[in-house]
Design a protein around this ligand. Sequence first.
Ligand SMILES: [Zn+2]
Ligand SMILES: [Zn+2]
Length: 74
Amino acid sequence: MMGKETDAMICRACGNEERASEGYPCDGCGTFICMICSFKGVLLCKKCAETAQESADTGDDLLIDGGESPSATI
Ligand SMILES: [Zn+2]
Ligand SMILES: [Zn+2]
């Protein structure tokens, strides 16, 4: 027990200081993401999100809407 010390951490997605115990680790690097961001669907810290976007830009592995998907015949 460490008294009433807060476990505040800076969210690496929005920059807010939130309680670490109420946050989640970044999907990419494991750094702290606050619950609010997590709730909004943010799973990556700013850095990882940028990296992910960059690789999405250069790679052609994006989901193509309207393309034929041969795996939906039930
Ligand atoms: Zn946040
Ligand atoms: Zn990250």
